[in-house]
Design a binder for this molecule. Structure first.
Ligand SMILES: Cc1ncc(C[n+]2csc(CCOP(=O)(O)OP(=O)(O)O)c2C)c(N)n1
Ligand SMILES: [Mg+2]
Length: 256
């Protein structure tokens, strides 16, 4: 096969989703955000709903998501994406409405908005990037920072007497009556990327079909904030994050 043949759409086995534009990404090497952006673009394209989708991004490393994925986006202030998404979905009930939030955003400054939107059963999907750190602002401790984990604001490691315990926000979400689908995924291997894509698709279908709130946590790395190489960060996540935040569905009312 010639190079010319390989680039023909019918011969392509792997390609960039058409909703992802050519803007160079600002993410650090090894960051999970870029992979999840791609999955979101692929799912929206496959569902054929790019004209009926609104994404809501608050503050955090993904604040520039609108630069990379060609759909309608709204920038919400820090933590307020679920409140904003609730309004958009109520005004446009036939749209896919999703938020894309980090752990600092979703589980700290926006805990109230997140819990109440999920508890109201707003027909929105929440994509939750849990990298256990405030990535954008330089690696401060987040609610999901693990016990003993070192960050810029707990240089000797997180201690329960000083900093409290990591917040199991996804577990809390699974106990709320308004949620229909709550799952924890990762994008560290090809197999996990495939599972994460399926989860995002399920959550997006739930929003379109008004089945209630969905939360897809993606347990993620932050090599810059964790001060590790991308490879080491993946290994550290597998050894430390997965035992504390185990992957899999916590709730799926469609299956029950
Ligand atoms: C009201 C307000 N408070 C604080 C900040 C500073 N700030 C920007 S991003 C951020 C943390 C983001 O962390 P996270 O949500 O985990 O996203 P990540 O960058 O790790 O993907 C903070 C505290 C802000 N922009 N606005
Ligand atoms: Mg974070």
């Amino acid at each position: 096969m010639t190079t010319e043949d390989i680039i023909q759409p019918e011969n392509r086995v792997y390609g960039k989703p058409s909703l992802m534009n050519d803007t160079p990404m600002h993410y650090c090497p090894g960051c999970s955000h870029g992979v999840v952006h791609k999955l979101i673009a692929e799912v929206i394209e496959e569902m054929g709903i790019e004209e009926k989708t609104v994404g809501i991004c608050p503050v955090g490393c993904a604040v520039f998501a609108y630069r990379y994925v060609d759909i309608d986006w709204i920038e919400a202030s820090h933590g307020r994406a679920p409140a904003c998404a609730s309004a958009v979905k109520r005004l446009w009930p036939d749209h896919l409405v999703f938020t894309y939030q980090g752990d600092g955003d979703l589980a700290c400054i926006g805990t109230g908005e997140t819990i109440h939107a999920l508890n109201r059963g707003e027909n929105i999907a929440i994509i939750f990037i849990n990298n256990a750190i405030y990535g954008m602002t330089g690696g401060q401790m987040a609610p999901t920072t693990l016990m003993g984990m070192k960050t810029a604001t707990c240089p000797y490691g997180r201690q329960p007497d000083l900093h409290g315990f990591p917040l199991h926000v996804t577990d809390i979400a699974s106990t709320l009556e308004g949620t229909c689908y709550v799952t924890r995924q990762a994008v560290n291997t090809v197999a996990n990327i495939r599972k994460a894509k399926k989860a995002i698709r399920q959550a997006f279908e739930n929003s379109v079909n008004k089945r209630g709130s969905s939360l897809v946590e993606i347990v993620s790395t932050c090599s810059s904030g964790w001060k590790m190489s991308p490879e080491k960060a993946n290994q550290w996540m597998e050894e430390n994050m997965f035992p504390y935040y185990p992957l899999g569905d916590l709730k799926n009312v469609n299956k029950e």
